[in-house]
Unconditional design. Structure first.
Length: 115
């Protein structure tokens, strides 16, 4: 069928090998920051819990709006045209998202009251 109209509201990036060491001095409960000081390769087959920071935005969702989350293992040559990349086959990976009752996913969105 026809897909409803959509808008890209925000984006977030995390190189998983850099997301294992949190910067406690800059992180808040809502926004993780990482040191990027000592990246560690991920172990194939091991499950990691990752917090991916999103760019801060101000967006008012209308009543009844739906929120869609897309997860990709690389930048998009279509929507990330500002960033020059060489999309080499050896740099394209695959991700497995582990989501079940024991490993729930969450999207945390702050809500502001309208006065």
């Amino acid at each position: 069928g026809v897909q409803p109209r959509y808008a890209i509201v925000t984006k977030g990036w995390l190189r998983a090998s850099h997301g294992l060491e949190r910067d406690a001095s800059r992180s808040t409960d809502d926004i993780p920051h990482y040191t990027h000081a000592s990246p560690k390769p991920l172990t194939p087959g091991k499950v990691y819990a990752l917090e991916i920071p999103l760019m801060a935005i101000a967006w008012r969702f209308q009543k009844g709006s739906r929120i869609r989350v897309e997860i990709a293992c690389g930048d998009s040559p279509i929507t990330d045209g500002l960033f020059f990349h060489v999309y080499r086959p050896d740099k394209i990976g695959s991700d497995t998202i582990h989501h079940d009752a024991g490993r729930p996913s969450q999207l945390i969105l702050p809500v502001l009251e309208v006065n």
